[in-house]
Design a binder for this molecule. Structure first.
Ligand code: DQA
Length: 144
């Protein structure tokens, strides 16, 4: 089982940005956290982070035929990007949405997730733990 973990804009700033919301652990800490889980579960994981919408679309398209599933935190593009939604639908790989914070308890503009309708599950407000649950949800879904 091979999964692609995609993180969107400003998630490379974890540990620096709005620590009260996102915590003090860094993006590298997050990658280590997910890698350890995947190693334990014998899942091959690749990681991609970009601050650019089109690059995220490209990464999703390039996952077609190469990965069994996608874990995605599109960050701010969650609330704006029909292009990312369409890319997820185009490749039709099982995808799980993750947000570190609870987007439904924050500003109203964060209450809309365009990508949610292309995802088999969404986890939000659980910090790094959401990524663990996302990997497990993909594993269960794929029956691997
Ligand atoms: C986020 C929530 C988004 O609203 C925000 O724009 C982010 C991070 C989260 O992980 O909680 O950048 O996706």
């Amino acid at each position: 089982m091979r999964i692609l973990v995609i993180n969107g804009p400003n998630l490379n700033m974890l540990g620096i940005r709005e620590k009260g919301i996102y915590g003090s652990e860094t993006y590298d800490d997050l990658i280590r956290f997910i890698s350890d889980i995947c190693d334990e579960l014998k899942i091959e994981a690749e990681f991609f982070q970009s601050n650019h919408e089109g690059s995220i679309v490209d990464a999703i398209q390039s996952a077609y035929g190469r990965f069994d599933g996608i874990v995605i935190n599109p960050a701010a593009y969650t609330h704006t990007s029909i292009a990312i939604l369409d890319a997820l639908k185009a490749v039709s790989l099982p995808a799980v949405e993750v947000h570190l914070s609870d987007i439904y308890k924050r500003e109203e503009f964060r209450h809309i997730s365009y990508v949610a309708s292309a995802c088999i599950k969404s986890f939000y407000g659980l910090g790094f733990e959401g990524y663990r649950l996302a990997v497990l949800a993909l594993k269960e879904h794929l029956g691997k």
